[in-house]
Ligand binder design. Structure first.
Ligand SMILES: CC(C)(COP(=O)(O)OP(=O)(O)OC[C@H]1O[C@@H](n2cnc3c(N)ncnc32)[C@H](O)[C@@H]1OP(=O)(O)O)[C@@H](O)C(=O)NCCC(=O)NCCS
Length: 141
């Protein structure tokens, strides 16, 4: 049994979170830098949820809420802590946050090739929607 603490990240965690993501996350984000993480926690101090064990970040999820959508990003668990319920605990915390804020449905983007990701989301009760494609446009160079 892991002694797991689930808590919101602060700006002081930004460097450790980036190091954790480089080891544990799947894919990268355009916001993967100190300015990006700091902007997130300053805009919404409850959005970046961490799982901490023995003082070390072992899991993360971003629970983004803009008043309309409840979206999950950056779900990741340290390789040595996987299959021990860390994601399950993070998703429980994220879903509780959304419910408190009035969210009605949660969404998550999952890379098509991420088979483990698909298994996790399915196990967590999420259903894949086939009728959508992501459209993007960079705002900066
Ligand atoms: C996907 C990931 C976040 C899962 O985290 P985790 O803490 O190991 O997940 P949990 O222990 O809470 O697993 C919950 C359930 O999901 C399913 N699951 C999770 N990992 C699985 C795997 N490797 N193979 C099969 N099923 C898996 C199982 O049903 C599991 O329940 P069980 O262990 O009782 O069988 C982790 O493997 C990870 O960080 N992967 C790299 C990053 C990533 O792909 N993130 C998802 C982005 S969409």
């Amino acid at each position: 049994m892991i002694d797991l603490r689930i808590r919101a990240a602060t700006r002081d965690d930004a460097g450790a979170v980036l190091a954790f993501w480089s080891e544990s996350a799947e894919g990268t984000s355009v916001s993967d830098d100190l300015a990006g993480v700091t902007r997130l926690v300053e805009r919404d101090p409850e959005a970046l949820i961490l799982a901490v064990a023995d003082g070390v970040i072992v899991g993360s999820v971003i629970a983004g809420w803009d008043g309309w959508r409840a979206s999950l990003y950056r779900l990741a668990v340290l390789p040595s802590y996987r299959r021990r319920g860390v994601s399950t605990a993070l998703l429980r915390a994220a879903e509780e946050r959304f419910l408190t804020l009035g969210g009605r449905r949660v969404d998550a983007m999952v890379l098509v090739a991420n088979e483990t990701g698909q298994l996790l989301w399915t196990a967590a009760g999420y259903e894949r929607q086939e009728q959508w494609r992501r459209w993007v446009k960079p705002l900066t160079e």
